[in-house]
Design a protein around this ligand. Structure first.
Ligand code: SF4
Length: 327
């Protein structure tokens, strides 16, 4: 129930997000936020939130925020009994791989990913048969079963470094075809790809980028490398969500557009009131399954717990740890 005390307790949190959440909406969030903060203390839990979470999650209840790479790295250092992963299922699996003795919860296990679902472990074995001896670099947007068949993982933030760290002239990069093609332009290593796509980023088009330049003169356009190569070619800069956020902080463009999931611009804009964000909006339906009410429910009921078949967990963990070790 909403009380004056509750609104007073949560007022400092509202100050963080008042530029992106209208005052009339705040009471809807405040009660869940207050309950979640108390439950975190009670359960000795931390919340890891991806950059695509909505601002009331990202700025008001998360302990650690970032892209897939940052979450994977930070998940290894977490000192808590319980991790709630506010993100999609493969991210929760990665947190569990790196914290086998902790309880990892995902607020909605239906939060999937078109990339992760585009490939199976059997597909990876077939690729190995077809290209014997060629190492397999697997994007973290994949299931633990697929990671277990891989030599090393990568994220959009470290893909080129990971590919070049192997010291070979050809690699298989799975499952994101566009990431593979975008990285292939930055390296001498030959990259064999798979036909997986992110359903959010594949919708951006080069014509849309040109229209943005026409309609918003002077706008700086940043693209995620999961976008098609022709989109990346039209952009001013391509990088992971962490790279985009760093770019905005460093360059402070007057007007910027982030060609990625909708919530990213909301979350970055909170720290940069002087930057004007143009917002073409492609929503990830999987990320949006995670809400304050289901985070609260996860902590109240300690569900849904993420488990991984021990037979493949060790191999999958090795692929993630090899990636984290690449500097
Ligand atoms: S934004 Fe794309 S890659 Fe990320 S979870 Fe959604 S479908 Fe998967």
């Amino acid at each position: 129930m909403l009380t004056t005390g509750l609104l007073e307790r949560t007022a400092p949190l509202y100050d963080r997000v008042r530029s992106v959440i209208p005052p009339i909406e705040w009471p809807v969030f405040a009660e869940d936020i207050d309950a979640i903060l108390a439950l975190k203390r009670e359960r000795n839990a931390v919340i890891l939130a991806h950059n695509y979470m909505t601002p009331e999650i990202f700025h008001c209840v998360a302990d650690i925020v970032g892209d897939s790479l940052a979450l994977a790295r930070e998940a290894m250092k977490v000192d808590a009994d319980v991790i709630v992963l506010a993100g999609v299922h493969f991210m929760a699996e990665t947190a569990k791989l790196l914290n086998p003795n902790k309880t990892v919860l995902i607020p909605d296990s239906r939060a999937g990913c078109s990339l992760a679902e585009s490939i199976t472990a059997a597909d990876v074995r077939l690729m190995r048969e077809r290209y014997p001896g060629v190492p397999v670099v697997t994007y973290v947007n994949s299931s633990a079963a697929v990671k277990a068949e891989s030599d090393i993982c990568c994220t959009s933030g470290n893909a080129r470094k990971v590919v070049e760290s192997l010291g070979v002239d050809t690699v298989i990069m799975l499952p994101d075809e566009y990431l593979a093609q975008n990285i292939a332009k930055q390296t001498q290593v030959k990259i064999l790809s798979w036909a997986g796509h992110c359903e959010v980023h594949e919708r951006f088009t080069a014509a849309e980028v040109r229209a943005l330049r026409r309609d918003y003169p002077g706008v700086v356009i940043l693209a995620h490398p999961e976008c098609p190569p022709e989109v990346v070619a039209e952009a001013d800069y391509a990088g992971s969500t962490a790279d985009m956020s760093a770019f905005v902080g460093r360059e402070k463009p007057a007007k910027v557009v982030l060609l990625t999931e909708c919530s990213m611009a909301d979350n970055v804009s909170v720290g940069h009131p002087d930057v004007s964000f143009v917002r073409p909006c492609n929503l990830c339906p999987h990320m949006k399954r995670i809400t304050l009410p289901n985070i609260r429910h996860a902590l109240e009921t300690m569900t849904e717990e993420v488990t991984i078949d021990p037979a493949l967990a060790d191999r999958a963990r090795l692929a993630v740890e090899r990636m984290v070790a690449v500097r």
